[in-house]
Ligand binder design. Structure first.
Ligand SMILES: Cc1cc2nc3c(=O)[nH]c(=O)nc-3n(C[C@H](O)[C@H](O)[C@H](O)COP(=O)(O)OP(=O)(O)OC[C@H]3O[C@@H](n4cnc5c(N)ncnc54)[C@H](O)[C@@H]3O)c2cc1C
Length: 380
């Protein structure tokens, strides 16, 4: 068993971190305060091969695979998870096109996103149903050579900045719930699409999140991704990869919390000695470090399995569950170790504390992950 990264992966790791340091740090606070999305950084990242790095080269990506993408996600999130998301989630939804799309769809939709010219979104959640995917109501009806789509989507990352959305719709209402869905590409400028940015998020405020209304939106039937009626299963497999990337975000944020805390406890003194001299402090650092190391193993193994052609949905759910928990845990300790300074903006840990919580909510809540893992355990 070889735990070493290849030379290319080491270079990617180093390049991604340096890119984030050079481009994210100076705008991090401004983007957080003003909820500013960062198109220039996304384009620059694309020029460096960091957008859609998981996409094979023949479709415009860097061909770095899921492990390469996890490494990028981790390194960008070590600096700013919100801005990092603008880079790594610029291709969100495209995973379904690569997994299930036709050759023509892959050649049409993937290269402009990898080049930083376009942005995609994955539009699944609805105002009245998130965890319960079978409760989605958005309807696509065939009319001539088109689908006519009506419904609404909620909390869509890149919602107001995207060029197209891979959208979960009911196409076969006569079938049982899980056989009634399909994934359909909806261009964001199609007539009948209304997009409203959601303001006031707790964290990842540089990331764009929107509510989308679809009113008699007409798209050609050739925009169907995969098979009609297979959208539910396709979406579940989509999460096999995307949950690993969320766990990669958690890994990066947790590392940042530990690194910053270690630096701080060496500098700050109390009762005549650095904070790090006290065993209670060491316990906090140690618990963070152990969780981070365990999370690293989960993320890299889950990503590696995808690249081996053996995606493991249970491991992806475990990585995502443990990732969210670890990030929230580490951000909490980081704030505590910084004392009152951790509660104000002087140090980035207060922002990371706010950013961390989303990792237990999106791409399936932690409860959704528990359901996935718990069900699997009883099938063995
Ligand atoms: C910033 C942000 C970005 C997002 N980006 C996207 C995106 O790009 N695309 C997209 O489609 N969605 C996106 N989402 C939506 C996100 O995935 C959902 O919010 C999430 O899946 C939860 O759905 P919900 O909000 O409807 O909560 P609900 O499903 O209503 O759940 C509420 C609570 O009940 C719990 N719960 C539900 N069912 C059960 C059960 N059976 N047993 C126990 N507990 C249960 C949940 O775990 C949760 O704690 C985003 C959300 C946010 C906040």
């Amino acid at each position: 068993m070889d735990f070493e990264f290849t030379e290319e992966q080491k270079m990617l790791q180093d390049m991604a971190y340096r890119f984030a340091k050079a481009n994210f740090t100076s705008v991090s606070q401004e983007c957080d305060e003003q909820e500013k999305y960062t198109p220039e950084i996304r384009k620059k990242a694309a020029a460096n091969g960091l957008v859609g790095a998981w996409v094979p080269e023949e479709y415009g990506g860097a061909g770095a695979g899921s492990l390469g993408n996890a490494i990028i996600t981790e390194e960008l999130s070590r600096v700013d998870m919100g801005i990092g998301l603008n880079v790594t989630a610029a291709t969100f939804g495209c995973e379904a096109i690569l997994q299930y799309g036709s050759e023509e769809q892959k050649k049409t939709w993937l290269p402009p996103v990898c080049a930083g010219e376009q942005v995609s979104a994955g539009a699944f959640t609805e105002p009245n149903a998130g965890t319960d995917v079978s409760g989605y109501k958005t309807r696509a009806v065939k009319d001539g050579g088109d689908y006519v789509i009506n419904g609404s989507k909620m909390f869509i990352t890149n919602g107001t900045v995207c060029d197209f959305m891979v959208t979960q719709c009911i196409t076969n209402p006569e079938e049982k719930k899980h056989n009634s869905f399909s994934l359909i590409i909806v261009p964001a400028d199609a007539k009948g699409v209304t997009r409203n940015k959601i303001h006031g998020k707790l964290g990842i405020r540089a990331s764009d999140t929107a509510e989308i209304a679809l009113e008699d939106v007409r798209v050609p039937q050739t925009n169907l991704v995969g098979k009609e009626g297979h959208g539910f299963r396709e979406l579940m497999h989509f999460f096999d990869t995307t949950r690993v990337m969320v766990a990669g975000q958690a890994l990066g944020l947790s590392e940042a919390c530990l690194e910053t805390s270690v630096k701080y406890v060496k500098e700050r003194t109390a009762f005549g000695a650095p904070l790090g001299a006290y065993q209670l402090t060491q316990m906090k650092l140690t618990e963070m470090a152990i969780r981070i190391e365990a999370l690293r193993g989960l993320v890299y193994k889950a990503a590696w399995l995808i690249d081996e052609g053996r995606p493991d949905y249970t491991l992806a759910a475990m990585a995502k569950f443990f990732g969210g928990q670890t990030a929230v845990f580490c951000a909490n300790y980081a704030v505590e170790l910084h004392g009152g300074y951790g509660y104000v903006e002087e140090y980035p840990v207060s922002k990371w504390y706010r950013d961390a919580k989303i990792l237990e909510l999106y791409e399936g809540t932690k409860e959704a992950e528990i359901m996935t893992i718990g069900r699997y355990l009883q099938t063995r």
